[in-house]
Design a protein around this ligand. Structure first.
Ligand SMILES: Nc1ncnc2c1ncn2[C@@H]1O[C@H](COP(=O)(O)OP(=O)(O)O)[C@@H](O)[C@H]1O
Ligand SMILES: O=P(O)(O)O[C@H]1O[C@H](CO)[C@@H](O[C@H]2O[C@H](CO)[C@@H](O)[C@H](O)[C@H]2O)[C@H](O)[C@H]1O
Length: 476
């Protein structure tokens, strides 16, 4: 029995990791647009599915099969109570689903078996070719970055561990991130990475192109393609290797003697972060906010804390230290320099290549409105984000260990050592951190920790103790 695509998607979408509305019932799901994408040789794709992996360009040698392979770029709206969100999908249709695509089946429609086509390397090449060719396909505008050439023969794999977005890695060369939930407007990632690339930054992955369309009357980024860094390791895994070494060493061994010490990398990361902030300050406007505006900023921190408490009531027991830190910043009466920043800076957003630390994912905090994610802010907000990340790295391996209590001093030492190295690197690289900045940094760290409390409560409740502990650490 066949179903409408809408009916099938309403059941299927709730099982997708990137679907943000899992906790609420769907009142309506509608297809806003369904744009057929021009596959180079749909018959050959179908033949390969029937005949296995051997390819032939000889049409006469192909067995006759009924139906067609097609792929559509689909934008859906999902209404849940008072909110309506848009998501983008790549939906493939085949007369039969080969074994390798059965796990991504959506269901049977009048047009054949619908499936999540991001997993079908036989069809995803259309994205790369259209970007390389600056194609306009219906409402979709595919664009390549001027001055770049794209090898369109590379086949794709979906990167594992994806959360709010889906990234396709083409060969070892490109990574194309499809923004699943569509927020009308140009994604800050495209804006920032393109501007830094034009200035020759070594701290970003080279941009190759993007896909855009008008959504709710605004030019909106649908996907972004960058250089894939096949030999790089992300900062989070590197830091955890170091923490693991420390926990595995003899009790009492200082961090610097435990093997796998990360402090030199933290120092380099500090330098790279200072470089990045300088490049951002050159590429975009900067400004200074005076005391009354600083007070307004602090009010924003308090609102964030209050809404975090509303969602996670046990945070209220810890809120005193945050209010103290916010009061100190509010009373300081000193102007603050602001500029474009990364906005969601942590160890998972930086990759160590053989030559450099490269920074990824300039989208800002997921879930915040675009205007906020593009707003000028103190660069120390990124410094605070990375300091929080050292606390996370130091402690997350303690979960479930019987000796967690005994290891806590090691964790604290690791975090302190790497925080200090990062800040020293940031200063050595020309980043501005002066005496009074400790007050701003503390307030920014606690505001980030309030965000993290909500993030963990929603996504990984077992990790909640990490951000909660931020409120009990003594001020620096
Ligand atoms: N250019 C790249 N080269 C290699 N790996 C990458 C690249 N971009 C992203 N990754 C990998 O994908 C992960 C998630 O990327 P990110 O841009 O942070 O996506 P998301 O917005 O879904 O969090 C990174 O931690 C990294 O492991
Ligand atoms: O990388 P994203 O843009 O998806 O950022 C979100 O998820 C992050 C977790 O993956 C989350 O980061 C928090 O956990 C990290 C360890 O997993 C830690 O290093 C960060 O310091 C901590 O904030 C991030 O906050 C969230 O926006």
């Amino acid at each position: 029995m066949t179903h409408t695509l809408e009916a099938l998607l309403a059941g299927w979408i709730t099982g997708q990791r990137w679907f943000a509305g899992k906790s609420r019932a769907i009142s309506e799901l509608a297809v806003e647009s369904a744009t057929p994408l021009p596959l180079r040789d749909p018959e050959e794709i179908l033949h390969n599915a029937v005949a296995g992996s051997s390819r032939t360009t000889d049409a006469a040698a192909r067995p006759r099969t009924r139906g067609q392979v097609s792929v559509r770029h689909v934008v859906i709206t999902v209404r849940q109570g008072d909110t309506t969100d848009r998501y983008q999908l790549l939906v493939g249709f085949r007369p039969e689903l080969p074994q390798r695509l059965r796990h991504v089946a959506i269901g049977l429609t009048d047009e054949g078996h619908a499936y999540d086509a991001v997993h079908d390397a036989d069809v995803t090449g259309v994205l790369l070719s259209a970007i390389a060719g600056d194609a306009d396909v219906g409402p979709l505008r595919f664009r390549h970055m001027p001055g770049t050439e794209i090898d369109t023969s590379a086949r794709s794999l979906v990167l594992g561990g994806e959360q709010s977005n889906t990234s396709l890695v083409f060969g070892d060369a490109y990574i194309c991130k499809l923004f699943r939930k569509l927020i009308p407007g140009v994604n800050p990632e495209v804006e920032v990475v393109s501007a830094l690339a034009r200035r020759g930054s070594r701290n970003i992955a080279r941009p190759y192109g993007w896909i855009e369309a008008d959504v709710a009357g605004q030019n909106t980024t649908l996907a972004f393609t960058q250089e894939f860094l096949p030999t790089a390791s992300d900062g989070w895994s590197l830091a955890l290797t170091s923490v693991r070494d420390l926990y595995g060493s003899l009790p009492g061994t200082p961090c610097c003697d435990a093997g796998g010490d990360f402090a030199a990398e933290s120092h380099r990361l500090g330098i790279a972060t200072a470089n990045l902030h300088r490049q951002l300050a050159d590429a975009f406007p900067t400004s200074t906010i005076e005391a009354p505006e600083v007070k307004r900023m602090v009010e924003g921190f308090r609102r964030r804390l209050d809404s975090a408490i509303a969602e996670v009531p046990k945070l209220s027991a810890y809120a005193g230290s945050a209010h103290e830190a916010f009061d100190r910043l509010s009373d300081m009466g000193r102007p603050i320099t602001v500029q474009r920043v990364h906005g969601d800076y942590h160890l998972g957003q930086v990759m160590r290549t053989p030559n450099e630390w490269v920074v990824l994912d300039f989208e800002g905090e997921p879930g915040q409105p675009l205007s906020e994610r593009r707003a000028l802010d103190s660069p120390l907000r990124d410094v605070a984000g990375m300091l929080r990340s050292f606390e996370y790295a130091a402690r997350h391996l303690l979960f479930g260990r019987a000796d967690a209590g005994a290891l806590e001093p090691c964790a604290a030492e690791w975090a302190a050592r790497n925080r200090a190295a990062f800040i020293a690197g940031y200063s050595a690289g020309g980043g501005r951190i002066h005496g009074d900045d400790a007050v701003l940094l503390r307030a920014l760290e606690l505001s980030k920790a309030a965000y993290e409390v909500v993030y963990e409560a929603r996504n990984r409740p077992a990790w909640l103790p990490i951000p909660l502990a931020a409120f009990t650490h003594a001020a620096a």
